[in-house]
Design a protein around this ligand. Structure first.
Ligand code: NAD
Length: 363
């Protein structure tokens, strides 16, 4: 797999590492300027730099493009990459609004290439274990889904980043940036889909325009209810993505900052399941790549995601659970519903997201 990466900041470097681990050859990178591209190519060990991301996505020497730029460039770069016949891994959010994400799914269907979105929290073995326990029926039906995603990097009025500029980040910031991960994760694990929601947004610094936090409650197609708080202004919380799913017999709880354990609640006892490939279910053990007691983390989940995406590109079969552009569209629709609910002070339906019938991977 000849790999090229557009955008070489925090997540571009994580993609580069994961691409190598999956057997990819990092043929090129592009950054915000040719000079930065050269520096990034040296830092990441890429064979060359491209002067622009537009040049990179059209290069005949590239099989798969990773799009890791600020959000406003995702749609045009992914469209250009698909038009040039590339497989595409595009960061979330797929576009700055749901219409853009729809356009991208349409382009993916026509192109017939592998298209994936890094909702990588799916790839923790303990998350997969929770999913398997619910899917097998061992927990009983899902009733309640709750939790949140808390960060603090915008706590102070002076804190800033391109994400705060709605031209670059999009109309939603906290929700599109991290609420999208939370919704994807709980839908993935519970097997339920959020059908309706009611949201409140919170802005701590008026100049920022886009929301710092969202509180929302929802209903699912499986008859469950839930709520969550998404925030980028929660002091001391760095990346606390957590959920609890209360089923009729068992509750399951996961915290991304302590990903080696899964909390299992029963009426008689509560236990902490340790990530151990010897005792996990087969789908979870597949992701447990080193023995128990040797901690795995975010980088490992990312590597597992990229390996599955490349396998889908090569074989034409998407491994179970691979997050595709369809899942990116779903996140965009939930985000649009959150903004609409907050604006209209009402419950809002989340449109159903039909399966991607073609274009997930090569036929
Ligand atoms: N899936 C995840 O877990 C995850 C985690 C972090 C970030 N992200 C997503 O990744 C994207 C990047 O986030 P980040 O945290 O790495 O941001 P960042 O600010 O660290 O990096 C952005 C990079 O894009 C580059 N860039 C800017 N304009 C460019 C252009 N015209 N052409 C090419 N490169 C350009 C910048 O030079 C910089 O290297 C965002 O869309 C974000 O939502 C996803």
């Amino acid at each position: 797999m000849r790999v090229a990466i557009a955008g070489t900041g925090f997540i571009g470097a994580v993609h580069a590492r994961s691409a190598r681990l999956a057997g990819g050859r990092l043929v090129g990178v592009a950054a915000s300027s040719p000079e930065r591209g050269l520096l990034a190519a040296a830092a990441l060990g890429a064979e060359r730099s491209f002067d622009t991301a537009e040049e990179l996505v059209e290069s005949p020497d590239v099989d798969v493009v990773h799009i890791c730029t600020p959000n406003h460039l995702h749609l045009p770069l992914a469209q250009a990459a698909l038009a040039a016949g590339k497989h595409v891994i595009c960061e979330k959010p797929l576009a700055v609004d749901d219409r853009g994400a729809e356009e991208l799914v349409e382009a993916a269907v026509s192109a017939g290439k592998m298209t994936a979105v890094p909702f990588v929290y799916r790839y923790y073995p303990t998350v997969q274990e929770a999913r398997e326990r619910i899917r097998s029926g061992a927990t009983g039906p899902v009733r309640l889904i709750h939790g949140g995603y808390l960060q603090d990097w915008l706590l102070r009025p002076s804190d800033d980043n391109w994400r705060v500029d709605e031209q670059l980040g999009g109309a939603s910031r906290a929700f599109a940036d991290i609420g999208s991960h939370w919704c994807d994760l709980v839908e993935h694990v519970s097997g339920h889909r959020i059908t309706r929601l009611c949201a409140r947004t919170f802005l701590s610094v008026p100049e920022r325009v886009t929301e710092d936090a969202v509180s929302f409650q929802f209903e699912t197609d499986g008859g469950a209810i839930g709520n969550a708080l998404v925030s980028q202004i929660s002091a001391g919380r760095k990346n606390r993505l957590s959920f609890e799913i209360d089923c009729s017999e068992v509750a399951l709880s996961f915290d991304q900052e302590e990903p080696e354990t899964l909390w299992i609640g029963e009426r008689e006892r509560a236990t902490l399941l340790k990530r151990d490939p010897g005792t996990l279910s087969a789908p979870a053990a597949r992701l447990a790549t080193i023995p128990a007691g040797h901690p795995q983390g975010y980088n490992d989940s990312f590597a597992a995601f990229v390996a599955d995406a490349y396998a889908a590109a090569v074989t034409g079969e998407a491994p179970d659970g691979l997050p595709t552009f369809q899942d990116g569209l779903r996140a965009a629709r939930i985000t649009a519903a959150v903004l609409s609910s907050a604006r209209t002070d009402s419950w809002v339906d989340v449109p159903d997201t039909a399966p991607l019938t073609a274009g997930t991977v090569d036929a």
